[in-house]
Ligand binder design. Structure first.
Ligand code: ATP
Length: 236
């Protein structure tokens, strides 16, 4: 059984329908990329999985439980985490951001979890009292990942983790995600940077709000049309 199952999901902003009967699955510990041009609906799909945008039809299940009607915080308590493109609170310190990320943990576990997470991010460990806004773009992104990890998620849903980063920082974010993946964390990542496909077992291609293709990344790379459309972009 898949960890995350999206079935027949449709969503709209007022009269503008942007997702049409989307089906998608992520297995436990699996790493899945979501490809698609600007406006294809990737952000809307990720936000719908977290309950952050209302849906017209369809169902999202996590670990066998239908999530319909559950608010985002209840979904996070069940083991989902979401990292948006922006990711952190600029007016809060590193520690405060991490504490917010830990909202679903028992209070007694927060300090120990913070130490565990900071051990993965030495740059942040040295700047715990710094405000989010004072961090470099790369450090902010790392803080976004760290904050999402605080709740011990089983599946991390990420929107363009490479956006706005220098190639060097893209490499650093890639390395940390590769490590988390090795530790068994499931990933669902919307990305346009082809480097991130090296992280993914499978990919889905979203076009105009519909799934137009899916498969193992190795197979998609061999498909000429897919390669032209999605695998030649923005090499880091
Ligand atoms: P990008 O990579 O540019 O973020 P995307 O694939 O993530 O693109 P979405 O952000 O999900 O796509 O947008 C899908 C469609 O929905 C677009 O046509 C967009 O203009 C529209 N849209 C997104 N957010 C809203 C909103 N809050 N209100 C109205 N329309 C929206």
């Amino acid at each position: 059984m898949a960890l995350l199952t999206v079935h027949g999901l449709s969503a709209a902003y007022g009269p503008l329908q942007v997702l049409w009967a989307v089906d998608l699955e992520v297995g436990a510990g699996e790493s899945v990329a979501l490809l698609g041009a600007n406006g294809a609906g990737k952000t809307t799909l990720l936000r719908a999985i977290l309950g952050l945008v209302p849906t017209l039809a369809g169902e999202v299940s996590f670990d066998g439980e239908a999530l319909g009607g559950l608010p985002p915080d209840a979904r996070v308590r069940r083991g989902l985490a979401y990292m948006s493109e922006t990711g952190v609170f600029p007016d809060l310190t590193v520690d405060e951001n991490l504490e917010i990320g830990a909202f679903a943990l028992p209070r007694a576990q927060v300090a120990a979890r913070m130490a565990e997470v900071l051990a993965l991010f030495p740059d942040l460990a040295g700047r715990r009292r710094a405000l989010g806004r004072s961090l470099s773009g790369g450090q902010r992104k790392m803080l976004g990942v760290a904050k999402a990890l605080m709740g011990r998620p089983r599946l991390m849903v990420m929107d363009e983790p490479s956006a706005g980063l220098s190639p060097r920082m893209v490499g650093a974010v890639f390395e940390i995600l590769a490590r988390l993946r090795e530790q068994g964390l499931g990933l669902l990542v919307a990305e346009q940077n082809v480097r991130f496909l090296d992280l993914a077992d499978r990919a889905y291609i979203l076009e105009g709000g519909r799934v137009r293709g899916q498969g193992k990344v190795a197979d998609l790379r061999r498909d000429d049309a897919v390669r032209r459309a999605y695998f030649g972009l923005e090499e880091a």
